[in-house]
Design a protein around this ligand. Structure first.
Ligand code: GAP
Length: 514
């Protein structure tokens, strides 16, 4: 079986080869941790964004969407705490001269222990066969329990040291765990230093009058500064939410793993404004809501888990990640944070403007508390793309590469293929496309034998192929082939649209959340 690294390499090369994701400015050898979405990638990304927007804004009468600017008044970032606290702890290896995030080095170390646990589980599953009870094994195997304790102790200490800004202890932890530079194998480390992740830029033409700005490191602040506008103009009553999607920028030091950690990326965030004191209940509600959204895509319940934070961000009183099983292990996909009244309170203080809500039931004004849900669109893209990419052994001994994207998100819903390039078949194929294109993205493909075209569409993630042959001219029927099980049906041309709609209709998929 291919190892994790090989699988991931395949994901990256497939994304490039099939027009999903390429390195930015590739003709100039690329720009590190910046990527472009090509023709299929842009469609998949748009579909994910729409799936999120519909679930958030369309399905919730008390949530509205906005589109705030990337540039914001610089005081925003002072108020939000990003100028002072949006730092990563960095450490350099003196021999390789490579720079690392100190916390990531420690987390990678614990991931290796986690991998040992998985190995133990796999061994035991083999030994006990059908009688194997994974939960029981995890709870009772002395070796696994010891590994777990080790992980817990390490992460707790890391969390505590970061919380207390005790960078010397973070370095001590790295040394005690004998963590070596992945590049050189050396354990010769510098001290740990803090590094601010915001990109700076300037607004204005002349050097002396120019204003220092930041590219926003999160979309959330665009929502907070618009809280009162939206509440008043939309006559919103608490509890209510404001959602938005858009670009964010971070000067990530450990920018690797393809589009998992980028310097320019897109977020889909929602801030839910609530009455102080109700945050625990709403935090739980949003945890469940967001998990349901993920599970509705049918990518396997076992591939998701919650990971509650030990170390809370400066604005939060509770926080969890929804983690997904990427090819390189379980990693954060989405964050759910109980942000208290930190942001609105800070913007009140720095702007001198009241950002309060008058509660007619209580007959008093207060600064609302906030529950935030924040997901990286690119990271969601990677979760879906890497999960969908499969090498399948077929009954005839051959293999096929298939991208089993959830049909609702697939960039192209159907390919229409004339069996041959003559006898009026291309013309009929184009007529079918002309009828379908009002509802779906459909493409025409006439090159190569039909079997190769099927394989090409499988690898492209297209859920349906519609083949037009000579019989089609006589009885107005076509063959429709399903990507996932490769089954073929003969159906009337007039039925094709309905068959596709049944599988790609967003409503049907979203209703899984109900
Ligand atoms: N407003 C809260 C916030 O920004 P975060 O945990 O820093 O919280 C939220 O980011 C989500 O944004 C993450 O769960 C991840 O999906 C995505 N994200 C963060 N940094 C990213 C990066 N450098 N590249 C891609 N996605 C990123």
């Amino acid at each position: 079986m291919a190892n994790q690294e090989d699988i991931f390499k395949k994901v990256v090369s497939h994304a490039k080869e099939y027009g999903y994701v390429v390195q930015s400015s590739e003709i100039y050898d690329g720009l590190s941790a910046v990527y472009d979405y090509a023709q299929n990638g842009a469609e998949l990304k748009k579909n994910i964004r729409e799936y999120w927007w519909r679930a958030m804004v369309q399905l919730n009468g008390n949530i509205v969407g906005i589109d705030a600017a990337i540039f914001m008044h610089p005081t925003t970032w002072k108020a939000s705490g990003h100028v002072d606290a949006f730092n990563d702890p960095l450490i350099d290896n003196k021999d390789s001269k490579k720079r690392y995030r100190a916390d990531v080095l420690v987390e990678d170390h614990t991931a290796k222990i986690e991998a040992k646990i998985e190995k133990e589980v796999a061994k035991a599953a083999k030994r006990f066969g059908d009688a194997f009870d994974k939960e029981q094994f995890l709870a009772t195997s002395p070796r696994v329990v010891a590994y777990r304790e080790k992980i817990d102790t390490i992460l707790k200490r890391l969390g505590r040291s970061l919380e207390n800004e005790d960078l010397a202890d973070v370095k001590a932890l790295i040394e005690e765990l004998e963590i070596a530079c992945p590049l050189s194998g050396s354990k010769n480390w510098t001290d740990v230093k803090q590094f601010n992740l915001m990109f700076g830029t300037k607004l204005g033409a002349s050097a002396d009058s120019a204003m220092d700005l930041y590219l926003r490191p999160e979309t959330a602040q665009g929502i907070f500064v618009n809280f009162l506008n939206v509440q008043k103009t939309g006559r919103m009553k608490i509890p209510f939410g404001i959602a938005q999607t858009g670009k964010a920028f971070r000067n990530e030091i450990v920018a690797r793993q393809f589009i998992f950690r980028m310097r320019e990326f897109e977020q889909m965030e929602m801030q839910f404004f609530i009455k102080p004191g109700t945050q625990q209940q709403w935090y739980e509600t949003w945890k469940q809501n967001r998990m349901k959204w993920h599970l509705s895509l049918g990518m396997g319940n076992e591939n998701y888990r919650f990971h509650d934070h030990e170390k809370l961000a400066h604005y939060a009183d509770a926080a969890t990640d929804i983690e997904f099983k990427f090819p390189f292990g379980f990693k954060e996909l989405e964050g759910i944070h109980s942000r208290t009244d930190f942001d609105l309170g800070a913007h009140e203080k720095y702007s001198g403007k009241k950002l309060q809500y008058f509660d007619p039931e209580m007959n008093e004004s207060y600064v609302p508390y906030v529950i935030e849900t924040s997901i990286g669109l690119d990271r969601m893209f990677l979760a879906i793309f890497s999960h969908s990419l499969r090498e399948e052994e077929l009954e005839n001994g051959t293999t096929r590469t298939v991208l089993k994207l959830p049909a609702v998100l697939a960039p192209t819903k159907a390919a229409v293929l004339p069996l041959v390039k003559k006898d009026g078949l291309p013309e009929l194929a184009h007529q079918i496309i002309d009828a379908l294109k009002w509802d779906f993205n459909v493409i025409y493909d006439e090159k190569d034998a039909v079997g190769r075209r099927y394989r090409r569409q499988d690898a492209n993630g297209t859920p349906f192929c519609v083949t037009v042959d000579h019989q089609s001219l006589e009885d107005q029927t076509v063959t429709i082939r399903h990507r996932d099980n490769m089954e073929q049906q003969r159906v009337a041309i007039s039925e094709v649209g309905e068959i596709i709609a049944r599988e790609v209709d967003m409503k049907t998929w979203l209703m899984e959340m109900a």
